[in-house]
Design a protein. Sequence first.
Length: 296
Amino acid sequence: MSVYSIKDLEHLSGIKAHTIRIWEQRYDLFSPQRTATNIRFYNDEDLKLILNIATLKDHGFKISKIVAMPKDLLAEEVQKISFEDRSHQDQISALTLAMIDLDEDAFTQILEECTKMIGFEKAMMDIIYPFMRKIGILWMTNSINPAQEHFISHLVRQKMIVATDQAESSENGSLFLLFLPEGELHELGLLFANFLLRSKGAKTIFFGQTVPLDALEEVYHKLNPQYMLTAMTTAPEAKEVQKFIKKLGSKFKNCQVYVTGSRVVGQDLEFPANVGLLNQFEDLIHLTQKISSKVS
């Protein structure tokens, strides 16, 4: 079972910790346990309850009415809202509940409904990635079970691969090589980049996780790509990042290389002339649009 601080509940639900404490006292909502140092902590059921309360409250339900509802009725009302309403925050809350329960059917249904309403690209940008950022923070602070994070990551990965397979690249499209450095395993962002590029007409080759530069250099000389893209979240080590960027610039001189990820975004780094920084996904979308206009 995962454990959450009151700040985690605030982070995921959008309800201020101060308000949660008031509700806890006034309505006897939770019975949090305490650490040896007398700090409250909450469990999965507490998180589910505060997410459900937040959803109903955002749709005009009064807190006094919500806390009087039987649990099955409360869950029924939330489910109805989640599948009928177009609010991104409601969908993110519903995905969080599916993660807590390891409910693959619910997660898939929510994502499919979002995709029907706004398309796969916007569903990823406006719902899945904000959701994954929230979950990623909890994972890094050991608030959630790693199995829950892996469960969701696996499902998102499956959906992105299917969507990418359905996207048709142009014969005249520029060639992108996409890879992650040795030791880097966080590939969801790069998978989404692969989908975006493919859907805008670029040709892509996705090499995936932990690719040695020497092996990549050999492929580079065979294929002569116009572009390369990599993401650095946990690798290389922070002290090795600048050296790695210089290697990218020197090994792939005749190619425009783009880098992104927390190891490089917002860092004090120098970039060779042929290496560019993508600060956020909007930069990648702008890049794909530019490439798409060249193809057309």
